[in-house]
Ligand binder design. Structure first.
Ligand SMILES: Cc1ncc(COP(=O)(O)O)c(C=O)c1O
Length: 385
């Protein structure tokens, strides 16, 4: 029996696409490590021909993630970047995209250093102002690409307002929902046409595999993306699909703890004398706190803060013991990183300065360890500055 849409989020996370195996009754989805499938005759098969095109483990994950984001279908890829690449591969030479100017650094790297070579044009604007999005739209604009909250400055974009502009202009709105996960934010219900995630982060949640997904509001996009899975081949392996299927079962429980601890850590950082500024939508002084309350059902666990200089950032980052210094986010473990030299190094000093990413910024993805241990660790590390 298919899992009904009316069930709650945590129930769907555990059961959608994860129904017991019809052959054996196994409660976990089997991993099908097969490249091909025996056919009964020419054109006679059980729905599977070759694993680049389709695989039962992948089909189950795609069903699960479509149910969580409320889309008609989902397509999974080998990484978040492969998913984003598939989205922009639907465009043609001469098409134009309006994008946020404060995206995960790998996204503009793909747009500027790969896609631009094929004649696709990109304009970067502050999408926290819908008027700027509208002002950048041209005759050949096909897509608006937004990340909210942004990485690492935690700026929000009003998806309802931008969705209305896109519908009026008949262009697609794509939202990178990696930071919030579908547990706290549902862009398709606010007017987006496609949602993309690096499943590497909260959806998988255990820092043990890369992956990406695009969830579509329209079957037409889902069909094009299935074609791109077949044509370009950047699909997720059955084992990594299974890792996400396992991780996603605890998404609701993990997000609750991430959010609770995120609020505590943000509050602590905002009162620390060595911290010059804190960027977290859950703080009442965040410029878009009201939008955050309206658009998201939680604030999550991504926090960025200003230590004042590269030297200060390095001093504290060398001292952390419970927090792990490293790229990535969304795992059960607290990960702490330095955007200027890690995720946003590709922007170069000028590019970073233009959007306000300083050398003293530190980003933390608060994990689900005991929050007192995280606070003690941050305290000893910050007091070394
Ligand atoms: C917001 C966001 N989108 C996309 C990506 C790219 O995902 P992946 O590393 O799985 O390719 C990342 C990676 O950090 C990210 O933070």
């Amino acid at each position: 029996m298919k899992t009904p849409k009316s069930l709650g989020f945590a129930t769907r996370a555990i059961h959608a696409g994860q129904e017991p195996d019809p052959l054996t009754g196994a409660v976990t989805v089997p991993i099908y490590p097969t490249s091909t499938y025996v056919q009964q005759g020419i054109g006679e098969h059980k729905g599977y021909e070759y694993s680049r095109v389709s695989n039962p483990t992948r089909a189950r994950l795609e069903e699960n993630l479509a149910a969580l984001e409320g889309g008609v279908a989902a397509r999974v890829f080998a990484s978040g970047m492969a998913a984003i690449n598939a989205i922009v591969s639907m465009l043609q030479s001469g098409d134009h995209v309006v994008c946020g100017n404060d995206l995960y650094g790998g996204t503009p790297r793909l747009f500027n250093q790969v896609m631009a070579n094929f004649g696709v044009e990109f304009t970067y604007v502050d999408t926290s102002d819908p008027a700027k999005v509208e002002g950048a739209i041209r005759k050949n604009t096909r897509m608006v690409y937004v990340e909210t909250p942004t990485n690492p400055l935690m700026r929000l974009s009003d998806l309802t307002a931008i969705g209305a502009i896109c519908r009026r202009k008949k262009i697609d709105l794509v939202v990178d929902n990696t930071f919030m996960s579908p547990y706290f934010q549902q862009p398709l219900s606010l007017g987006a046409d496609m949602v993309v995630h690096s499943t590497t982060k909260f959806l998988n949640g255990h820092s043990d595999g890369l992956g990406g997904v695009v969830v579509c509001a329209h079957q037409e996009h889902a069909d094009k993306l299935a074609f791109l899975q077949k044509a370009a081949g950047a699909i997720l392996s059955p084992f990594e699909c299974w890792l996400v299927l396992r991780g996603v079962k605890t998404l609701a429980a993990r997000m609750e703890i991430h959010d609770r601890s995120g609020r505590i850590v943000a509050d602590y950082l905002s009162k620390h004398k060595k911290v010059k500024a804190v960027f977290y939508p859950g703080l009442s002084d965040h410029p878009q706190h009201l939008l955050a309350k309206r658009q998201m059902s939680g604030f999550g666990s991504m926090i960025t803060f200003e230590t004042g200089s590269l030297k200060n950032a390095n001093t504290m980052l060398k001292k952390v013991r419970v927090c792990s210094l490293g790229e990535s986010l969304g795992g059960v473990e607290t990960l702490i990183s330095h955007p200027a030299t890690m995720t946003h190094a590709a922007l170069g000093p000028k590019g970073r300065k233009a959007i306000g990413i300083t050398d003293g910024l530190v980003r933390i993805s608060v994990g689900i360890e005991d929050v007192d241990d995280i606070l003690d660790d941050l305290d000893q590390a910050l007091n070394a500055i």
